[in-house]
Write a protein that binds this ligand. Sequence first.
Ligand SMILES: Cc1cc2nc3c(=O)[nH]c(=O)nc-3n(C[C@H](O)[C@H](O)[C@H](O)COP(=O)(O)OP(=O)(O)OC[C@H]3O[C@@H](n4cnc5c(N)ncnc54)[C@H](O)[C@@H]3O)c2cc1C
Length: 447
Amino acid sequence: MSPIETDTSRASTPDQIRDRYDVVVVGGGPAGATAATLLAQRGRDVLLLERDVFPRFKIGESLIPAVVGTLERLGMIEKMSASNFPKKYSVQFFSGSGKSSAPFYFSETETEEQSQTWQVLRADFDTMMFDNAVEHGVDGLQGAAVRRVLFDSAEPETEASARGVQVEMSDGSKREIRSRVVVDATGQRAMISRQLGLRTTDPRLRQASIFTHYRGAVRDEGIDEGATLILQTRDKNSWFWFIPLPDDTASVGVVGQIDYLIQGRQGDPQKIFDEELALCPGLTPRLSEAEQLFPVRVLNEFSYMTRRPAGDGWVLAGDAFGFLDPMYSTGVLLALKSGEFVGDTVADALDADDVSGGRLGSFAPRLLEGMSAFRRLVYAFYDQEFSFGRFLKKFPHHRRDIVSILVGDVFDKDFEPLFGDLATMIDLPNEPYRVPMQSSERATATV
Ligand SMILES: Cc1cc2nc3c(=O)[nH]c(=O)nc-3n(C[C@H](O)[C@H](O)[C@H](O)COP(=O)(O)OP(=O)(O)OC[C@H]3O[C@@H](n4cnc5c(N)ncnc54)[C@H](O)[C@@H]3O)c2cc1C
């Protein structure tokens, strides 16, 4: 049974929406719902605008334990515990020959509360998060696509102040809504970064993904039943995720460089998916009796960053700020964390009557430091020479650091000894976005 009792969420209707708010949050995914809820908890008038009508399909189903802190602040823990989302205690890696590492159990870290997390159906999880925002006093509107952010002067927009948004309702009518701050949480759409030309990509992470769901796949037993599996294909040109979901279903997807997976291939995506699956001995036996539930879907070029986290009257959260790679299931954690940082920062900025870009972007150095640990471990995974087993055989004392990163416990932590030792074994590229800034420094500077 789905944790959602009705098939529509508790969104408002267009006639219930006012023309002016303290904050307009664009995008009702995890980042937007988090920022909106925290701002409403601080007594602010918030409008949350979502283009789609929930529940809707979304990829990105595996959570990591560090989400628990933010979910607690949002009042979501009880709802998660009452849901039918499978519990996840570990992640396990498989080599191209099908050989598995020992599972990395989250309980290997110090904190009991971070020993477990969930695998979620995003259609349900995102609806729960959106409805939770509404329960906290947010005006939430679905079927409302923001067409552009309004600035107080036309030239150049990067230096102008955001004043609100133009939104198109599902009946085609358009409205302008004013606000003191616009939070862009539009996910991969990255509305403001695109509008202002701030989007930048990492040439090392030009990946594509092909994915679907199955029913009846073989799972491990007991505590390992809800584990995420990361399985390499024979020649390490691609890797698969296997994520157990409710009702005996599982999310399965393949990730590889665009040049390899899409551009250099003949045939439709289903054929490519099947060909890669045949190269993955760790996964094929699990799917041999399983039923594929819908035609594969494709996503390209999903890794990117923004050059600026904020400007006067606007700020970015979640994938709209940047997205790394699906490897360690960090996307929803970073959406929740950045939503939390942005919610707190915007609330403080409004209290101080200072919504300058410097103030609104002051959270960015902390977020970037945390993202840097994930990014460097992603670079390691894609190195042909790297394997967790080999690294931990040489440096067993770093096991806890690795588990901390897999848990998502990366904020305000020092991983330099880990990456220093890693760099002795593989060619670990420099982190291109790791430019620490003082919180007092104008965060409109390049990130
Ligand atoms: C292949 C792949 C696999 C992944 N697997 C995982 C995983 O296992 N675990 C994990 O944690 N993460 C995973 N991710 C990442 C994860 O899906 C995202 O990081 C996460 O959804 C980001 O949340 P968000 O709120 O920033 O954006 P989204 O969840 O994308 O939400 C943004 C919302 O904004 C809305 N929107 C967009 N434009 C407008 C507009 N103009 N007006 C109004 N609304 C708008 C969209 O409809 C959407 O609902 C994966 C990503 C990829 C590409």
